[in-house]
Design a protein around this ligand. Structure first.
Ligand SMILES: [Zn+2]
Length: 174
């Protein structure tokens, strides 16, 4: 069974749970609570600015923040990052004690605190290799492969299915 990312790299979904044989998104009521929760959260955070950029530039210079490409952590406590700042996050997670916060409510705050305190990956730190913060480790996809955007998938759902998601999609441009 394959794993796929949707909209952002990072969170992984069982392909068979989310999509049917034709590649269409399944009705959300057939999905597990965890999957539904992540999908709903993705509709909120996809397109958001990178957390680290935001800590640097703030709301007053929001236009200088890059759009997040990757999401780590658990829904509501997630960290979203642009490709540049993913290095800093990976350094924090692997080398600076960040992994202790895996799965906890403090995950996001702990990273923000470290970064706001000047925490950065050292010059030359690799970190391009993707790390999976989910407990099950799976082979990583080629980052250049096109992922279906959540908007595209949501467009295929009917209103009843969207209602079942219990999310407010009014600010999504679909
Ligand atoms: Zn950034």
């Amino acid at each position: 069974m394959g794993k796929v990312s949707i909209a952002l790299r990072g969170w992984r979904f069982d392909e068979d749970e989310v999509f049917d044989e034709d590649g269409e998104m399944r009705p959300v009521h057939e999905m597990s609570d965890e999957t539904r929760e992540r999908l709903v959260r993705l509709t909120v955070v996809a397109g958001n600015p990178c957390d680290a950029c935001w800590l640097v530039h703030g709301d007053e210079n929001i236009e200088r923040c890059k759009v997040a490409r990757v999401v780590y952590g658990e829904p509501l406590g997630e960290v979203v990052l642009c490709n540049q700042h993913e290095r800093d996050f990976l350094y924090w997670f692997r080398e600076a004690g960040g992994s202790e916060y895996r799965g906890t409510d403090e995950f996001q705050d702990a990273f923000h605190e470290w970064f706001a305190d000047g925490g950065r990956a050292p010059e030359g730190y690799g970190g391009v290799e993707h790390v999976d913060t989910d407990p099950d480790s799976v082979p990583q996809p080629d980052p250049d492969v096109e992922m279906p955007t959540l908007e595209e998938e949501l467009e295929k759902m009917d209103d009843e299915e969207l209602d079942a998601l219990g999310a407010d999609f009014s600010d999504l441009d679909i």
